[in-house]
Design a protein around this ligand. Structure first.
Ligand SMILES: [Zn+2]
Length: 53
């Protein structure tokens, strides 16, 4: 395995899908690579969370 460079679907920036993250995904049984960078994932999470309040 090696680090992958992925283009974020939301902001268009390149981000690294690291080997440790790939292993984490594999452990979770996720077959698909992430489509968003960490910031966009966090931003999305924050938006979802704020909806609850
Ligand atoms: Zn992004």
């Amino acid at each position: 395995m090696q680090d992958k460079i992925i283009i974020c679907k939301d902001c268009g920036e390149e981000f690294v899908f690291s080997v440790s993250e790939q292993e984490f995904y594999a452990q979770k049984g996720l077959e698909h690579d992430p489509v968003r960078c960490k910031e966009c994932r966090n931003a999305k999470k924050a938006r979802n969370n704020s909806r609850k309040f």
